[in-house]
Design a protein around this ligand. Structure first.
Ligand SMILES: [Fe+2]
Length: 296
């Protein structure tokens, strides 16, 4: 049995003090948004309570699906690395970036420098999609973070990544492995159009053609389970978690993470999902437990 933990969107707070130069361009709207709204939502104490509880569960691996940063200031990447290291080594933690990490054009290089080890394949090579094998689990990291104009939170995978994702899923299909696709943006979302994954229709086609056993995402900051069409009438669960630092009692779901216990073999996987969330009192408790069927 393999235990995989999933958390997302920690949006590390407080925001480092930006310089005026930092605020030229898109970051200024993000900074105003942070000061007006987001700083009241993302609470470092909530995040610590959640990750302390997660570590007590001693999962085999942790998937983090983006948005460590808020407006991609250089200091957010250094702090992000320290935070990733508190979760575990790059062997035990896999990361894919979100739109707040790749907020501006230069942020991709910052992310690679500070977080590269957490987004590398088994040979240590960078680039997306990456493949990491851990026991019977194949973790595939997809990057949907792309710099956009101010006020947009859209995602974009791109043709090259989608083609390589297709190839990976096809190759792995014939192996006895449980394929997990990690991506920041949900493939299916009710969020406003300016927050969605723009090439989601192509991703859905790739999943329909080649399947996957599980898709993990963040971005919408709520618990979500969507059953996507896989090949030959199979279904692929796409599961989203709330922000790992979301204070309870705000308009989105309270901070939570998901634990998956993965057992079985190709064609007969048994997967249980356990959600653990922060309460108003600041404790972390189990809030949901459900079976997710695989590709049987
Ligand atoms: Fe986010």
């Amino acid at each position: 049995m393999f235990t995989l933990a999933h958390l997302s969107d920690p949006h590390l707070a407080p925001l480092p003090q930006p310089s005026w130069l930092d605020l030229i361009g898109k970051r200024v709207t993000g900074y105003i948004n942070w000061q007006r709204k987001r700083r009241f939502i993302h609470d470092p104490a909530v995040l610590t309570a959640l990750t302390d509880d997660l570590k007590r569960q001693a999962p085999d691996h942790i998937a983090v699906t983006g948005d460590i940063a808020n407006i991609a200031l250089p200091a957010e990447f250094r702090r992000g690395r320290e935070w990733l290291e508190t979760l575990g080594s790059s062997r035990d933690v896999s990361f894919v970036p979100g739109n707040h990490d790749i907020y501006v054009a230069e942020a991709g290089a910052f992310a690679q420098r500070q977080w590269g080890a957490y987004m590398a394949d088994d040979e240590g090579a960078g680039g997306f999609p990456y493949l990491r094998r851990r026991g019977k689990v194949a973790l595939i990291g997809v990057n949907s973070g792309a710099p956009t104009a101010p006020l947009l939170a859209t995602g974009w995978i791109g043709t090259k990544q989608l083609a390589e994702l297709s190839a990976l899923l096809t190759t792995l299909k014939d192996e006895d492995v449980f394929r997990v696709v990690m991506i920041h943006h949900p493939p299916v979302s009710r969020a406003a159009r300016h927050k969605r994954l723009l090439d989601a229709p192509v991703l859905l086609k790739v999943l329909k053609a080649h399947g996957a056993e599980l898709v993990l995402h963040g971005h919408d900051h709520v618990h979500m389970v969507n059953w996507l069409a896989g090949p030959n009438g199979t279904r692929v669960p796409a599961v989203g978690v709330p922000s790992a630092s979301a204070r309870p009692g705000m308009d989105k779901d309270a901070a939570a993470y998901h634990l998956y216990t993965i057992d079985g073999e190709r064609g007969a996987w048994r997967v249980e999902l356990i959600a653990r969330a922060v309460t108003l009192e600041g404790n972390v408790v189990e809030t949901k437990r459900m079976m997710l069927t695989g590709d049987e």
